[in-house]
Design a protein around this ligand. Structure first.
Ligand SMILES: Cc1cc2nc3c(=O)[nH]c(=O)nc-3n(C[C@H](O)[C@H](O)[C@H](O)COP(=O)(O)OP(=O)(O)OC[C@H]3O[C@@H](n4cnc5c(N)ncnc54)[C@H](O)[C@@H]3O)c2cc1C
Length: 299
């Protein structure tokens, strides 16, 4: 791809491997890896991609992404520069950049006595990724989704126009949002007020629960599949009942701790993970007549 290196002030890296930018550590090269330094840079990239019909993908922390072995024949945009990591607190409103880390955001809010998002403490990745995915916890009312707290969003459309979307224009579902056409730049979160000590102990409790249930030390992308609607079982329970915990294909393995997690044992390829995904999907369909939907995004 002929990308003018001097188009932007930020970093442009042709052929950057995606693996190191994902929590699964899997994935071949992006034709172009772009790190805009500011909004002007971002607009230039988006306009260039539009004019030249080049596919784009925005990556946050890469914690919900499976990148293909052959890579991505387009521009992968990463909002890693400080211009996209601003944070400002005014009363109970937090204005935070899309590149800001979610666990760091939760810690900061708890330290300021701002409540609501404590259950997100153990979710890795960035604010932009979390809002796009409406990241959150299980169906228990104890757990919240980040979309519950978004009061407005600053976004860029695929022509480079910046817009503000207010609450009414936003729609959040189970690990989904209506934001796939946009690049999320910044969000206003409306939080509550509570004693700092109560918030901190709640965070510790949520982290403990997550450590007990999930695989936080291995290489994974969190839950691979969504839980099906109207099923008495979660996806993890079905995979476990099918005896697939620990099942290995190549370098990929169904976690022994949480059956909806696939682990890279070190040298897994995307192909290994996809073979496991297909095998699990087929067995769940054959045995439970349920068509599983992927939670992870494949690029
Ligand atoms: C150990 C582990 C535990 C996890 N636990 C949970 C959990 O409890 N609950 C949960 O919901 N998820 C969980 N996840 C999944 C993942 O962490 C979340 O989905 C997270 O919010 C993704 O954020 P990210 O920045 O890494 O996004 P990425 O993985 O980089 O991207 C995810 C999606 O968001 C889009 N995106 C990213 N940034 C932007 C932006 N600025 N504008 C527009 N779109 C954007 C991407 O294009 C992609 O479609 C877990 C993952 C791991 C590895």
């Amino acid at each position: 791809m002929n990308f003018p290196r001097d188009l932007i002030k930020g970093n442009i890296i042709p052929g950057e491997r995606l693996g190191p930018h994902t929590s699964l550590r899997i994935g071949g090269p992006a034709a172009i890896w772009a790190e805009p330094r500011d909004m002007r840079d971002l607009k230039k990239i988006v306009v260039f991609a539009g004019e030249n019909r080049i596919p784009m993908f925005v990556i946050g922390g890469g914690t919900n992404v499976l990148a293909r072995d052959k890579g991505f024949k387009g521009i992968v945009i990463h909002l890693g520069s400080s211009a996209f990591k601003n944070i400002r607190i005014a009363g109970t409103t937090v204005r935070v950049g899309a590149g800001y880390s979610v666990p760091a955001l939760v810690r900061l809010c708890c330290g300021e006595g701002l409540s609501g998002i404590e259950s997100l403490i153990g979710i890795p990745g960035t604010v932009g990724g979390a809002i796009c995915m409406n990241a959150g916890g299980s169906s228990s009312p104890l757990y919240k989704n980040i979309g519950d707290y978004v009061s407005s969003l600053k976004v860029m459309d695929n022509k480079g126009n910046v817009k503000t979307l207010n609450r009414k224009a936003l729609s959040f579902g189970y690990r989904s949002s209506n934001l796939s056409e946009y690049i999320i730049i910044e969000s206003d979160l409306e939080l509550g007020k509570e004693e700092k000590s109560a918030l901190k102990s709640r965070c510790s409790k949520f982290l403990r629960l997550k450590k007990d249930k999930q695989v936080l030390d291995g290489l994974s992308a969190g839950c691979v599949f969504k839980n099906p609607k109207n099923s008495q079982f979660t996806t993890g329970q079905m995979i476990e009942m099918l005896g697939l915990k620990g099942h290995i294909i190549g370098g990929a393995q169904v976690s022994r701790k949480h059956a909806n997690f696939i682990i890279n044992r070190g040298r897994a390829s995307c192909e290994d993970v996809l073979k496991l995904v297909n095998m699990i999907s087929k067995k769940v369909m054959d045995n439970y007549n349920i068509s599983l939907e992927l939670e992870i995004k494949i690029i």
